[in-house]
Design a protein around this ligand. Structure first.
Ligand code: F0G
Length: 348
């Protein structure tokens, strides 16, 4: 008997998405990611904490949820080339979905500030990778300008189809738990994902699938925290390169998510991000990327109601950023091949 397989987010949530029957669906089987209970983190904070493991998506990040929508729509419109600026994950996802659709992808990335795994993905999937001597915000500005003069479809989250796809993360949380959590923590860079989750929670609530809405907690890196400080950051800096963004495109939508839900947008230091990153690996056996750990770093700093239900969205896979990973641990020294030397190295 054939086992039922996960159909991807468009087929699964078609009734909630702007797709018509004629739209060709470009899917890699995204979504359906684990929502794992985190027992040790739960006892640390005195609440019931669940981790949404978005690193389990086909290209290793949540971007695939939005990219299936954006690329399907691009193909439906006859587009031959998609373009994005990216801190890495969007470029990997765009490259993969373009490969699946048989169209071209152009990605602009900030030179020297993109994790190695993401660069490798974009290149191997066959995108045209342009390294710019500038940051993400400058890249996004260039992308907008280029798309005014050339036949290029922007697949950054300023493309509304991206948020439509990404809102399915909220649907899955409610489907899995059977209720909407009391609070959700999520990293914020360009602010698309927090906006998409809020949209998804509200739509499911209005459809009667949830009896409450979660408080939305967005977490920025302290060196790239424009929404927290209320001012554009011209030179954003953080170890969490995925969220190294100083002028988020969905700024006002993120503020709406915060204010309408009664949540907050907070900042965490690089040190707090890296502590949460190691804690997640050692105590919950989750290897996520630094930007993703920002959500847990934010939770650890925020007072929460005892016994409440909390979801932390872990947006990307730890394998994306091997350089940061090995910089946080002791690299083992090489020993000889005698049993004595190996036993000694083990500490026997
Ligand atoms: N976490 C990861 C791993 C990301 O890659 C991003 C954004 C975010 C969180 C923040 O999400 O931008 O919707 O607020 N990465 C984008 C990129 C900017 O180009 O890959 P956001």
């Amino acid at each position: 008997m054939r086992k039922e397989t996960w159909p991807g987010v468009i087929e699964r949530y078609r009734a909630f998405l702007p797709v018509d029957a004629a739209m060709p669906i470009v899917s890699l089987g995204e979504g359906g990611t684990p929502l794992r209970h985190a027992p040790r983190l739960s006892s640390r904070v005195g609440a019931d904490v669940y981790l949404k493991l978005e690193g389990s998506n086909p290209t290793g990040s949540f971007k695939d949820r939005g990219m299936t929508m954006a690329v399907s729509q691009a193909v439906a419109q006859g587009s031959r080339t998609i373009i994005c600026a990216s801190t890495g994950n969007t470029s990997a996802s765009a490259a993969a979905y373009a490969a699946a659709a048989g169209i071209d992808a152009v990605v602009l990335i900030p030179s020297g500030h993109i994790a190695l795994g993401k660069l490798a993905q974009a290149l191997v999937y066959g995108a045209r990778v342009i390294q710019i001597d500038g940051n993400f915000d400058e890249g996004l500005h260039l992308v907008r300008t280029l798309a005014e003069s050339y036949p290029l479809t922007i697949v950054n989250s300023i493309n509304p189809y991206r948020l439509q796809g990404q809102k399915t993360g909220a649907f899955e949380v409610i489907d899995e738990l059977g209720f909407a959590p009391d609070a959700q923590f999520i990293p914020v860079g360009n602010a698309g994902n927090i906006s998409a989750y809020w949209l998804g929670y509200r739509e499911y609530y209005e459809a009667g699938f949830a009896q409450q809405l979660p408080k939305m907690y967005g977490v920025q890196a302290a060196g790239a925290a424009p929404i927290v400080t209320g001012a554009v950051v011209p030179q954003p800096e953080t170890v969490a390169t995925a969220i190294r963004i100083g002028n988020p495109a969905s700024w006002s939508l993120a503020l709406a998510a915060r204010d309408e839900s009664g949540g907050a947008i907070t900042a965490v230091s690089d040190e707090e991000i890296l502590q949460a990153y190691i804690l997640l690996a050692r105590e919950e056996a989750v290897f996520c990327e630094p930007a993703s750990a920002a959500s847990v770093a934010g939770l650890l700093k925020t007072p929460v109601s005892p016994g409440s239900s909390i979801v932390c969205v872990l947006t990307g896979n730890g394998l994306k950023d091997p350089d940061t990973a090995v910089s946080q641990v002791q690299v083992p020294k090489v020993v000889g091949t005698s049993m004595k030397e190996v036993a000694e190295a083990i500490g026997l």
